[in-house]
Ligand binder design. Structure first.
Ligand SMILES: [Zn+2]
Ligand SMILES: [Zn+2]
Length: 229
């Protein structure tokens, strides 16, 4: 199964239209495409986005499977996402991401600030990650380890990864392997252990990204599938 379940279109900060992304995906031989445009609580374009995707799903049904979803960031330490709650009732994928590390009370540690507050960052990141379990509307965690490079975490930090593993065990949702980020810092056994929970994504914001990241997606897809056997 060739899959890319993390894509952005020009509904949020992507460069291309939904149709252009879909056509490119089909030409590459991708079988499943998922859109995850960024939302905020205030986003007012989501009805149109969902409607357009429904129509495209129909139109392309014989060529590719399309999933509608949104990517929303964690904003507090209780699993709360920056999303209009009405979207929770729609039949779409809710993909949660930790883009900044919440400290509670709408305060954050930004990626650029992590370096100067490593221990604090690790502590709050962990709390935030753990809190995602409290939100039963979430379907998937986007690029779960994308801040780890800034946090100085490596695949040798056994204790850290053991703790991460305990939390993933408690998570009912999917976990993304996203080829845009540095996955070398994740120990191999994590992917192996959670192969059944993993979905693949590229975080492509254009058809050029999609073409460039496709090969890695294909390779990692084969590897993850081999773990499932
Ligand atoms: Zn993201
Ligand atoms: Zn994204």
């Amino acid at each position: 199964m060739i899959q890319d379940l993390h894509l952005h279109s020009n509904y949020s900060d992507g460069e291309n239209s939904l149709r252009e992304m879909i056509e490119t995906g089909i030409n590459l031989g991708i079988e499943e495409l998922g859109f995850t445009d960024h939302v905020w609580k205030s986003s007012d374009w989501t009805d149109q986005y969902i409607e357009e995707l429904e129509a495209l799903k129909e139109e392309y049904t014989s060529k590719i499977k399309i999933f509608t979803g949104v990517e929303a960031k964690l904003i507090d330490l209780n699993g709360e996402l920056d999303i209009d709650c009405n979207l929770y009732d729609k039949d779409i994928r809710i993909v949660a991401a930790i883009h900044r590390i919440p400290k509670g009370n709408r305060e954050y540690i930004r990626q650029s600030e992590i370096e100067n507050s490593l221990e604090l960052s690790k502590r709050y990141w962990f709390k935030g990650f753990k809190s995602l379990v409290l939100n039963d509307k979430i379907d998937c965690i986007a690029h779960p380890f994308s801040l780890f490079e800034a946090m100085g975490i490596s695949n040798k930090d056994d204790l850290w990864w053991q703790e991460i593993s305990t939390i993933i065990d408690s998570m009912p949702f999917k976990i993304e392997y996203n080829v845009k980020y540095n996955n070398e810092l994740v120990p191999y056994w994590i992917w192996e252990k959670y192969a059944e929970k993993i979905v693949l994504g590229s975080d492509s914001h254009s058809v050029v990204d999609l073409r460039n990241r496709y090969k890695e997606l294909l390779e990692i897809g084969i590897k993850i599938n081999s773990f499932k056997l």
